[in-house]
Design a protein around this ligand. Structure first.
Ligand code: COA
Length: 258
């Protein structure tokens, strides 16, 4: 599949639909997919036909996060890397973003929701941010945004232990706007997107930018700092062990490292 199939993009009724479509790899995001998402988000900003962006995955999986094979074979090396381009594009988007989450949301599958304005999840969805478990560090501005929305200790539990958590918990903690019956998520998210598209667009954009005004500069700086640390961590023995363990389908052993 080429990137146009892996990220399906369609504009209609004022909505840019960006659908992650790599079901055989649990919608893991590879370089081409990050680039396609970044390009779609950037183009949406200057396209008058787009008033709202709707990001979704499949019925079973939103996304299992960064493609772990890419971390080994083609790790990000700087601000021009597709993942950084995506993070900057989603965090700086002027138009409202709605997310529809079914099934698994792992890694950037969770942290990208922090940049969406409305996020709808199926009650059976499952969330996880296993950055530390992989010997890495959190990304996408999550070390700034998570404590902001839920406090340090709740954020620390999610980021330091990196366990999977339920849709109900994601909603209680403020990562998700509302839970929906599984199967209705995309319909409900689209309905909200259509509602947003019917709102006065300039007023929506202004309200969104004012909502983010007091932390926008700090967010950009945090995304860069986390990105720098993340790229260093990818070269660490801990990350090498975690990534090899995933490829070999075994549990990682971190006892050798202090
Ligand atoms: N990167 C690359 N490949 C991935 C992937 C990822 N993030 N997530 C899943 N896959 C691949 C698997 O390697 C497998 O490929 P294969 O069929 O060629 O062997 C396929 O998708 C199905 O995954 P599998 O692990 O068999 O499914 P599962 O239902 O048992 O588990 C997950 C699903 C998402 C829990 C598990 O795949 C996982 O933990 N993935 C890694 C998630 C992760 O750490 N993301 C990065 C966070 S920074």
């Amino acid at each position: 599949m080429n990137s146009a199939d892996l990220i399906q993009s369609e504009t209609g009724e004022g909505i840019l639909d960006l659908r992650i479509n790599r079901p055989d790899k649990k919608n893991a995001l590879n370089l081409a997919m990050y680039q396609a998402l970044a390009d779609g988000l950037r183009q949406a900003d200057s396209d008058d036909a787009v008033r709202v962006i709707l990001i979704s995955g499949g019925r079973e999986c939103f996304t299992s996060g960064n493609d772990l094979a890419d971390f080994l074979d083609a790790p990000p090396t700087g601000p021009d890397s597709p993942v950084m381009q995506f993070l900057l594009a989603i965090s700086q988007a002027r138009k409202p973003i709605v997310a529809a989450v079914n099934g698994l949301a792992v890694g950037v599958g969770v942290t990208m929701l922090l940049h969406c304005d409305l996020a709808y999840a199926g009650s059976g969805a499952s969330f996880q941010m296993p950055f530390v478990n992989l010997g890495l560090c959190p990304e996408a501005g999550s070390t700034l945004l998570l404590p902001r929305i839920m406090g340090h200790q709740r954020a620390a539990e999610l980021l330091l232990l990196g366990e999977a958590f339920s849709a109900d918990k994601a909603c209680r903690l403020g990562i998700v706007t509302e839970l929906c019956p599984d199967g209705d998520v995309l319909v409900i998210a689209r309905k909200r997107a259509l509602q947003l598209a019917a709102q006065p667009a300039a007023a929506v954009r202004l309200a969104k930018s004012l909502l983010k005004r007091d932390y926008a500069a700090q967010l950009k700086e945090t995304i860069f700092e986390e990105g720098t640390q993340f790229m260093e961590r990818l070269k660490s023995p801990e990350a090498a062990e975690a990534l090899q363990a995933f490829m070999q389908r075994r549990k990682p052993d971190f006892s050798r490292f202090s």
